[in-house]
Design a protein around this ligand. Structure first.
Ligand code: FA5
Length: 335
């Protein structure tokens, strides 16, 4: 019996490839329920005259197995160290810091701006990125053939849908799904078929806002923008309000911020004007309210469309809007 166990052990010893495998074999032979202990238990059944010799043989077997396992362990450890050395692996080196990803600056700012408007009492929405002629133009007092359509260089799908040119495309939906007083902000992507430059991208983000209630005026609009800009920049910002034209507001206006790159002196980013336009806005046109099922005799409101990238550029002094989509990690890791 002792010989049989020894032969069995030797066969298994040869197959061991790892320290885990070694432990398995050790348990199988030297463990509490292992083969050596089983031999000891069988001693009780053999004649007293043979017990002494047999007991000695089992003890010798146990020692041989223990020794063989220790030798094998040493060989395995040496081989492992050799392999690690060949891989040029220095176990004494401290761990390398993992480069985990983080949110894109646009996402960070979208969330931050959403929080500011939420605190100001606005409900936040995302736009439908692909919409139709009615929502992007028709419902906004821009019927087919209206020359103002040229203000937006529009992409069209073959089926006649529009990747939205502005977040104003959500206005009609908001008027139809909310009753005054309405305070809503839409933050999302817009697409324009236009030449790109330092302040124009084909894909960019807008923050649309609408406020509808009784007796709302342009003064409320300007104050709302002032409060928002102070919260976002952490200080009073110098702004310029000038008249503008959008078919869905009357009167319409634009707000520009002093160019941070040249401090108002004029440079390539602000096209030498000293100011960077950040939003279009105005009193919502009565026709647009009526189209949304809201009585313009009773209610009035204001709306605005802010360019998200331009806000971020002015906050961090980023001189080219195209940086946001280039995927340059050196740029992105700064946020
Ligand atoms: C509009 O899109 C209007 N829908 C805004 C509006 C809403 C007016 C509600 C009245 C009432 P405009 O085309 O000017 O307007 O765009 C608004 C802002 O989006 C701009 O001030 C600018 O900050 C940003 N913007 C426009 N085009 C681009 C572009 N190609 N790349 C980056 N930002 C842009």
């Amino acid at each position: 019996m002792v010989d049989k166990v020894w032969r069995n052990f030797q066969t298994q010893l040869k197959k061991i490839k790892s320290l885990d495998g070694l432990e398995e074999v050790e348990i199988k032979f030297l463990g509490r329920k292992g083969q050596v202990n089983k031999l000891f238990q069988q001693l009780a059944k053999i004649p007293a005259s043979q017990k002494r010799r047999q007991g000695q043989a089992i003890n010798e077997l146990k020692q041989k197995i223990t020794k063989a396992l220790a030798k094998k362990k040493e060989q395995l450890q040496l081989r492992l160290a050799d392999e690690l050395a060949q891989e040029n692996f220095d176990v004494t080196q401290p761990g390398r810091e993992q480069q985990l990803g983080h949110l894109h600056p646009i996402t960070q700012m979208k969330w931050e701006i959403g929080d500011i408007f939420r605190r100001m009492g606005f409900e936040i929405f995302e736009p439908q990125e692909v919409s139709d002629d009615y929502n992007n133009f028709g419902a906004l007092n821009i019927p087919a053939g209206h020359p103002a359509r040229d203000l937006w260089d529009t992409f069209w799908t073959r089926e006649g849908y529009i990747p939205i040119t502005h977040t104003s495309s959500m206005q009609n939906w908001i008027y139809r799904h909310r009753r005054p007083p309405i305070r809503a902000v839409v933050i999302g992507r817009c697409f324009r078929h236009e030449a790109t430059d330092a302040s124009h991208e084909h894909t960019f983000h807008q923050i649309e806002g609408v406020y509808v209630d009784e007796n709302v005026t342009v003064a409320n609009l300007i104050e709302t923008m002032r409060v928002f800009l102070s919260a976002f920049y952490g200080k009073e910002m110098e702004i310029k309000v000038r008249p503008s034209y959008f078919p869905f507001v009357e009167p319409g206006l634009e707000i520009a911020m002093k160019c941070v790159f040249c401090n108002g002196k004029g440079c390539s980013v602000c096209k030498n004007s000293g100011w960077i336009e950040i939003l279009g806005a105005g009193e919502i046109h009565p026709r647009v309210l009526r189209e949304g099922g809201i009585d313009p005799e009773k209610y009035s409101g204001f709306a605005w469309g802010l360019g998200l990238e331009r806000l971020i550029m002015l906050r961090y002094g980023i001189e080219d809007v195209r940086r946001f989509h280039r995927g340059d990690l050196r740029f992105l890791r700064q946020f």
